[in-house]
Every structure is written in C-alpha cells, then in structure tokens.
Ligand binder design. Structure first.
Ligand SMILES: O=C([O-])CC(=O)C(=O)O
Ligand SMILES: [Mg+2]
Length: 233
C-alpha cells in the first residue's frame, strides 16, 4: 500500500535546490517491500551488495527489532533543538528519522526526542553524531531502534538558528548519501541505506533464499560433514 504522496524539501539530488517537490507514489517503498526487508538479515544483503553500508563507527545504541523504513532527514548544520522539534512534528508512522550533526559533538536525540518519535510511530532513528540519555534509549529499544556514533552529554540548544531548508534534504550519513524516501535499514551490525525501490527483486529473493538455507548448512557443519563439500573453495 502506498504511504501517500508527501511534499519534501530537497537541497539537491532529485529536486531543484531549496524547492519543495512532490514525491511520486511510485518512488515510495511499498509496505510489501518493507515487510520483506524486515525478514532478511543485513549481513546476507552484504553478500550481494557493496554500497550503502555505513562504516563501523555507526553503531546500535540499543538492541531493538530490525529497522526498515523510509528516511526523513534533518541536516543539523548547527545544534538547534527547535529544528529537531520540527523534524519530529513532521514524522509519519514508519519513518526513520536520519540526522546529520555537523559538529559531531552535540546529541540531538535522547529521552524526550525518542518519546516523541515513538508517539509519531517512527520506525527508528539514525544519527551521524552522538546521542544522549543512554538508559532511556535502552528502555525503549523494543519500540525505537537508535543508531549513532556514540554518546555525549552535550545536547542541542533552543537557538532557532536553522530554517526549514534543513528538513527533508539530502544528507550525508557516515559517507552514505541519504535522500528523503530512501530505505534505511538497521540491525546489530549497523545501518544500510537503499533506494526507495530496495535492493532489486533478484538480490532480495537470493538473500531470502540464502537465509532460509543457512540453518541446514550450519547443522551440517556442526554434524561434522566434509567442509570441502559444504564450503566451496
Ligand atoms: O534535547 C536534546 O537535545 C536531546 C535530549 O536530551 C532529549 O531528547 O531528551
Ligand atoms: Mg534529555
């Protein structure tokens, strides 16, 4: 089912700089695709894909369910708490809030932000920068997976210095470009960003088949079968 057309501000990429553009329904990931991506192990996709993976500096801050959802982005060029609040207001159920923290030294997400994202039905949060209120984020891990580069006690301030051009624009997260509507996946291994169309049906089917076959392979290795037969070399 289509999530419905949304208006996004795009700073670059698909749209004209600084202009609001309509995102076609076709560009939004289907519920079916999102459900399939929840089933597949990220490291299995890693056997088939080379691009879109954040580096190991992007770590899970809590251990929630596998995260999959369309990106809503925020480019925190300055640590403005009011811009974070506006990004929270705009969240829709199933969205993944993706925040770039230019300073790398201010936490835009903690207990309050997480509670607000949960209230909006968000699927998760990814921060290229630190987060805070670690215990509170652990407490909500079943409802809100959070990924970030670490923890810090220095948080954002209500400066009001940023405009709406920092919302739903292209951002770079740990070297990976994220556009609004891209699919953002996360598990204990980290974060993977895919286009709204996902990895392609061929890769998805191959990855699912690999996951389904793995328990038998593991059982045969554990049973002492000849490794030369089981693992081609
Ligand atoms: O407000 C912030 O910058 C982060 C925070 O502490 C919270 O969300 O509770
Ligand atoms: Mg807090």
């Amino acid at each position: 089912m289509c999530r419905g057309c949304q208006r996004f501000f795009r700073s670059s990429g698909w749209g004209v700089s600084g202009m609001a553009v309509d995102l076609d329904c076709e560009e939004l990931a289907s519920e079916e695709l999102i459900a399939s991506l929840r089933e597949v192990e990220l490291p299995t996709l890693g056997h088939f894909l080379e691009d879109g993976f954040c580096t190991p500096r992007m770590v899970p801050i809590n251990e929630g369910p596998q995260m999959v959802g369309p990106a809503r982005t925020l480019d925190l060029r300055e640590p403005d708490a009011l811009a974070v609040n506006r990004a929270l207001h705009a969240l829709r159920p199933g969205d993944v809030l993706v925040i770039r923290v230019a300073s790398g030294l201010h936490a835009p997400v903690g207990a309050v932000t997480a509670a607000a994202a949960i209230a909006q039905g968000a699927a998760g949060i990814v921060v290229d920068g630190p987060v805070t209120d670690a215990a509170a984020l652990r407490n909500v891990q079943d409802r809100l997976p959070v990924f970030a580069t670490g923890l810090i006690a220095r948080t954002t301030k209500r400066t009001g210095s940023l405009g709406d051009d920092v919302l739903d624009c292209e951002v770079e997260i740990d070297g990976v470009t994220v556009r609004p509507g891209d699919l953002v996946l996360g598990d204990r291994q980290g974060v993977l960003v895919l286009p709204p169309t996902g990895p392609g049906n061929e890769v998805l089917q191959a990855a699912l088949a690999s996951d389904w076959g793995e328990p038998e392979l593991l059982a045969r290795i554990a049973a002492g079968e000849d490794l030369r037969e089981l693992l081609p070399g």
